[in-house]
Design a protein around this ligand. Sequence first.
Ligand SMILES: Cc1ncc(COP(=O)(O)O)c(C=O)c1O
Length: 366
Amino acid sequence: MDYETPLFFHVMEYADAADRDVVDMVSGNPDWEPPEALRDGLREYADFDPDRFQYPASEGLSELREEIAARRGVDAAQIVVTNGAGEANYLAMARALERDAGDEILLTDPVYSYYPGKTTMLGGTQRYVAAGAEGQLDPAAVRAAASDETAAIVVNTPNNPTGAVYPAETMRELVAVAEDHDAVLISDEVYDHYDLSGQFASALETESTHRIVTNAVSKSMAVTGLRVGYVIFPPELVADAKSRHMLVNVATTRPGQYAALKAFRETGPDYYERNRELLRERVDTFTDALEAAGAEYTTPQGSFYVMARFDGYPGTLANVERLIDEAGVAGMPGEAFGDSRSEWLRFALVTPRVEEAARRLAAYFD
Ligand SMILES: Cc1ncc(COP(=O)(O)O)c(C=O)c1O
């Protein structure tokens, strides 16, 4: 299994190049509106004085860090504003591996495929803990896999690709496992606003010097191209992460940070609720059609992905390409997320045409 270069961009390009109409359910790019305040912020920015187009503070605009700190109940000094959750995860994993407290990263199978790639890039090694059939993670299994070699446990809730949302007890126990092995729990919570279950629990709820939380506005505000995220470190781990961020990036997009700040300040809960409602409708529509087609499928508790399994049609890249060409539906191969879901395909509910996609799948597998 080659985790080194995630397949997303390859599949997206393949779907774009197809000479037929394809319903694109590959990427995690929302098709819904960003908050109005975010658009306003970007418009305003265009007319600012030249000095506002120069380097911002490397660690992020102080007002943005203070806004995030107030929302998350942490000290602004613990926060680094990053180029999305992608860089936030990278900084967190790098910091965990630099502590000289092991070089193993515990990951789940299935896994968001950028984590294994980052692990290798940072000189760490991966060890996998199998998630359950519904995507739930058993903390006892994580404890059994943890050792003195464990530098970090990386989890993602709500989960891509399974849609699982880990309950508060799981998060507490994962922090405890990290503490017991002098490791850090890295909790990627980029889909926190897409909790459809009401069960979501942030790792921040468990006070500890052994947990790092990553997040971004990429998904919550439907702007994966804006590139504004953040990472919350324990106070004693933040300084070196800020240096790494500065050396790699200098800083993060200043207009993007301004727009995200304005959107944080001016966007009410109804915006996020509307998006969840849209997603709930799409989940129902898509899974009803999969049910009618006789497929096995997941019903996500959160995030915006549905996994489906069609008899005799494993989730390989070749099968995904065939589905694009012959059925006009583009998904992701389950094998991109680890061995446990190699029979499955993942579909992102980021198109109004989910019903059409499900109809095409039903007809194709009939
Ligand atoms: C679990 C998870 N983490 C991180 C990211 C990347 O987030 P960002 O675009 O903010 O870098 C994604 C994007 O799909 C994701 O699914």
